[in-house]
Design a protein. Structure first.
Length: 275
């Protein structure tokens, strides 16, 4: 026979925060069905803790569905270890080079041999749209710089249904996490208030169970990034793209684990004639 306090802790802790994972989207078919997408992109390059910025404005390019059958930088999806998660490299045409202003005036940034892909992991609501370019020389403004490198722009991507699923899942997780936090605090108060050793053990077990279950809400970190409607660009074919992304660089002789985050970027669709 086990003592009562031991039996209390043998009661299993179950989590109500388990959700069915979405099915992997066929990225190749989605990319095939897309019409030409004109984007205008701005880069904000520089260390987070630094006031030195290199802001590249009005980089305009088009994404189209044909395979990129020309020399281009390797892409992390199709040229990585899980190429089946990628749409494959597609054609990117730069219509206007981006520029920044320094003490010498306007400087244009050459972005060569561009291509793009969509990648989507099996267990994620969110995919990525990744654009890759060759940067033939260093561009520098004060302490901020874009090195000679392969340059990647990475934007979060959703289907409309996967974004709705992520939003619903986020709201449900937040509600459950708040309830578990409240339960944890209530049980701690009950434990401190009682002098009965059996009730004290029971309330301690309940408080611990609520804390364990709350700490299993790991998806909240990624679900916090689900954007609102006005933070999205429609790509057509049921796809939406975050307007905010990341800028990464990689030396040509290194693998994708050597990517360096050098800044952020933002985009807008120019199909309405804006640039």
């Amino acid at each position: 026979m086990y003592p009562i306090c031991v039996l209390i802790f043998l009661v299993p802790v179950t989590s109500g925060l388990i959700f069915q994972q979405p099915v992997l989207t066929d990225m190749g078919s989605l990319a095939d069905a897309l019409e030409t997408i004109p984007l205008s992109v701005q880069l904000d390059v520089g260390a987070v803790e630094s006031s030195s910025r290199l802001n590249v404005n009005a980089l305009v390019f088009e994404l189209s569905s044909p395979t990129a059958d020309y020399a281009h930088p390797p892409l992390p999806g199709v040229n990585g270890p899980r190429s089946h998660h990628s749409s494959g490299a597609r054609t990117l045409k730069v219509n206007q080079e981006g520029y920044y202003i320094d003490m010498k005036g306007m400087q244009h940034v050459k972005t060569l041999d561009g291509s793009w892909e969509m990648v989507w992991k099996d267990d994620s609501d969110e995919g990525k749209l990744i654009c890759g370019f060759d940067i033939p020389m260093e561009y520098k403004r004060n302490d901020a710089s874009i090195p000679k490198c392969h340059l990647y722009l990475s934007f979060p991507l959703w289907t409309k249904s996967s974004r709705e699923h992520a939003t619903f899942r986020r709201e449900k997780i937040i509600r459950q996490a708040e309830k578990l936090d409240s339960d944890h605090q209530k049980e701690l108060k009950k434990m401190k208030a009682t002098t009965n050793p059996f009730l004290k053990a029971l309330h301690y077990r309940n408080a611990a169970a609520a804390l364990v279950e709350k700490n299993q809400v790991n998806p909240i970190k990624s679900l916090n990034n689900v954007p609102s409607e006005n933070e999205l660009v429609s790509l057509g074919n049921n796809l939406v793209l975050s307007k905010k992304g990341l800028v990464l660089s990689r030396k040509s002789n290194l693998n994708f684990n050597s990517n360096i985050l050098i800044g952020t970027c933002s985009c807008k669709c120019t199909s309405d004639g804006e640039k």
